[in-house]
Design a protein around this ligand. Structure first.
Ligand code: ADP
Ligand code: TRP
Length: 332
């Protein structure tokens, strides 16, 4: 139980099934065997959001979501990134040990530059330093707590690799001060498809929110893209969004029955949609009730996050003191 798991979720949109399967569920599972630190990465969200009221609302939506899904704030240290000043100080110290080339190669930055160049703009047009140094802040999140395991979705793999590189560069210069973390990425849950078949993502507008009310959930599912084959024609289940999502929530016997029906014909997409709706209701119906209770009680949520911040700083402050000492900055 001394090993540490840590992960963060950006409050940039309402949490969706991709977040749940890719990060939230594995993180909550890991919390059974690890000492877990999970947090709301609001400083990272600043790179994307420009509306303070929206950021404020999303922070509480994410907090309510995690609690409703079973995060126990007594067992997990659950906090808001911006409450931990030590993270930001560590980020500045780490920046001094981070080769710029490492960040030039980061996917998110490179993709933004490539998009600019493809559109005939200056490579850095509209790119802020927060995006460029995003991996340093993320490394600070991870390294401040001596994390061993970082449960995330596949798209975060490179960020963890950069955190490893930064920790190693720091340790080479100053001795074994920082723990080198490893990513924990579920093999089967690489990329959860959205309603249009592409990776489910806020940025594609193809999400299914975890706690959409039943009518809205049904609307999302009804709108899912399928081909137009009639029920009696055999279909390849692996090529179909509905099946690819269904199997994550159905029992294995249910998934096998469904797979057979696809392969041999005899089930139409309308019926599959109904069954997908039912398994999602079964999975999240009860938790949605808890979500609604929490989201209506901000003082409670604020209390939970502040309690988590006190616990997080108790671990982070001594680590930062070690780092300051290692680099030759006095602690006060
Ligand atoms: P989004 O792509 O919607 O902006 P985030 O980048 O905030 O989502 O992701 C939060 C966490 O959820 C990350 O660990 C990420 O890897 C995971 N995640 C997001 N979308 C998916 C998906 N479609 N499949 C699997 N994991 C995902
Ligand atoms: N970058 C992560 C994402 O977009 C969120 C995040 C911030 C994070 N800091 C972290 C994840 C530290 C794991 C560990 O999803």
């Amino acid at each position: 139980m001394n090993r540490i798991a840590l992960s963060g979720i950006k409050p940039t949109g309402i949490p969706h099934l991709g977040n749940y399967l890719g990060m939230i569920r594995p993180a909550l599972d890991l919390a059974k065997d690890y000492r877990a630190f999970y947090f709301i990465a609001d400083a990272h969200a600043l790179n994307q959001l420009r509306d303070p009221a929206e950021l404020d609302r999303l922070i509480f939506e994410v907090a309510a979501t995690l609690l409703a899904l079973g995060l126990d704030p007594e067992k997990v240290t659950f906090f808001r990134q911006s409450d931990i000043a030590e993270i930001f100080e560590l980020a500045i110290i780490l920046a001094a040990a981070t080769p710029k080339g490492l960040l030039n190669r980061a996917h998110a930055y490179k993709a933004a530059v490539d998009a600019n160049l493809a559109a005939g703009r200056d490579g850095d047009a509209g790119i802020n330093m927060g995006l460029f140094t995003y991996p340093i802040l993320m490394a600070a999140d991870i390294l401040l707590f001596g994390s061993h395991a970082v449960p995330v979705g596949e798209d975060q793999r490179q960020h963890i690799e950069i955190a490893q590189d930064i920790a190693q560069a720091f340790n080479r210069a100053y001795g074994e001060v920082l723990t080198v973390p490893r990513a924990v990425i579920g093999e089967t849950i690489a990329d959860i498809p959205g309603t249009d078949g592409r990776k489910m993502s806020k940025s594609y507008g193809n999400i299914i929110p975890i706690f959409a009310p039943p009518e809205e959930l049904l609307k999302h599912i009804t709108g899912m893209v399928t081909d137009s084959r009639p029920p009696e024609r055999p279909k390849d289940p692996e090529q179909d969004n509905l099946f690819r999502l269904y199997r994550f929530f159905a029992a294995s016997a249910e998934t096998e029955t469904m797979r057979e029906k696809y392969l041999h014909g005899g089930i139409g997409y309308g019926e599959v949609k109904k069954m997908l709706f039912d398994v999602l209701e079964r999975t999240f119906g009860e938790a949605r009730g808890r979500y609604e209770k929490y989201i209506g009680d901000r003082p409670f949520l604020e209390g939970v996050l502040r309690y988590g911040a006190v616990k997080a700083r108790a671990v982070g402050a001594p680590m930062l003191a070690n780092v300051r000492k290692a680099v030759g900055i006095r602690s006060y």
